[in-house]
Design a binder for this molecule. Structure first.
Ligand code: NDP
Length: 304
């Protein structure tokens, strides 16, 4: 494949917005996406209620709309898993499992993935009661008892969503205060079938082939309690997908690729947009803003 002016790695809101802006700036751009479907984490979001102008939009629908917009402008997409990125004399070479790609500039918009609890048996019980996506798997637990672990926006949103479907929802949180937005907290705490399990961490996942419960431990008293649940939804934050750029540019201690709002990293020609960037607020609206800003930075770089 001939060398591109720009490759965008990732097709979540940040990558797709960068693609839209790139096309409008008449850049020769290619989007490389790992999954067959564009949209990133948004696809797994039941309801997005904080994107201006589209109150309550379904996440899947939103992801599709972003992609349709890029398609309408004629953006070229390829599905490939990139396993290595190296700096060349005047750009970057990306090695994928299907092909190799070269470009003068690269926007990394690879997003972030769910953090696991790190418990014994956690991995083997994924899909057998352990889930990281309530909107994807919640329906399997209709009428049953489940637990959500975490106290951030995702945990609370998941718990509210699950409480509408399930008989009972335990929310296991390691502190006595939720990190989630106050409006979300109010919704959660008003639901009758939700029980907060404060100051507690999950110590053990039980069940043979299928999860049948959790053992939680109180962080102060160390007292243990068994919760009989068929499902546990782990929502304890996200980890940046930044392995590919580790040797190329500066990252912070959490692994996020360092850059300001302009998306300019410490490596010339390498830009970053969305959740994988160091930033105070990871939201769809800040991801799309990053995508737009990056294109201005790419244009300036290419003009130099
Ligand atoms: P957060 O980092 O906001 O929250 C993670 C939660 O998990 C915290 O409550 C944390 O506890 C807890 N936690 C972390 N590690 C562990 C562990 N090992 N064991 C037990 N508990 C743990 O992540 P989210 O995934 O909730 O959200 C990610 C980002 O997306 C945030 O910026 C959020 O605001 C944003 N978002 C916004 C939405 C919206 O506005 N509609 C919807 C969804 C996400 P502690 O509080 O003690 O640190």
């Amino acid at each position: 494949m001939e060398k591109k002016q720009l490759i965008i790695l990732g097709s979540g809101p940040a990558g797709l917005t960068a693609a839209i802006y790139a096309k409008r700036a008449e850049l020769d751009v290619l989007v490389v996406e790992k999954n067959m479907m564009s949209g990133g984490q948004v696809l797994n979001t039941y309801e997005v209620d904080n994107y201006p102008g589209l109150p309550g939009i379904n996440g899947f629908e939103m992801g599709m709309k972003f992609r349709e917009h890029a398609d309408r402008l004629g953006v070229t997409f390829v599905s490939d898993e990139i396993t290595g990125v190296e700096k060349t004399e005047d750009g970057f070479r990306l090695s994928g499992t299907s092909d190799t790609y070269e470009s003068r500039t690269l926007i990394v918009a690879t997003g972030a993935t769910h953090r696991h609890l790190g418990l014994a048996r956690e991995e083997e019980l994924i899909g057998r009661g352990v889930s990281y996506c309530a909107t994807c798997d919640g329906a399997f637990f209709r009428g049953r008892d489940v637990a959500v672990v975490g106290g951030g926006d995702v945990a609370v949103e998941d718990a509210v969503f699950l409480a509408r479907l399930c008989r009972k929802v335990y929310v296991v949180h390691r502190r006595h205060e939720l990190r989630a937005a106050k409006s979300l907290q109010a919704r959660l705490l008003s639901m009758e079938n939700v029980e907060m399990v404060w100051d507690s961490v999950v110590k053990e996942l039980t069940g043979e082939d299928q999860l049948d419960g959790l053992v939680v431990s109180h962080v102060k008293t160390k007292e243990e309690r068994r919760l009989e649940v068929d499902g546990v939804f782990v929502a304890v934050g996200i980890l940046p997908n930044s392995d590919l750029t580790m040797g190329l540019a500066d990252h912070d201690e959490g692994g996020y690729l360092k850059a300001g709002e302009d998306g300019i990293t410490s490596a010339p020609g390498l830009f970053v947009a969305g959740d994988v960037r160091t930033k105070p607020l990871r939201q769809i609206v800040t991801a799309v803003s990053d995508g737009a800003n990056c294109i201005t930075s790419v244009e300036r770089y290419l003009e130099q």
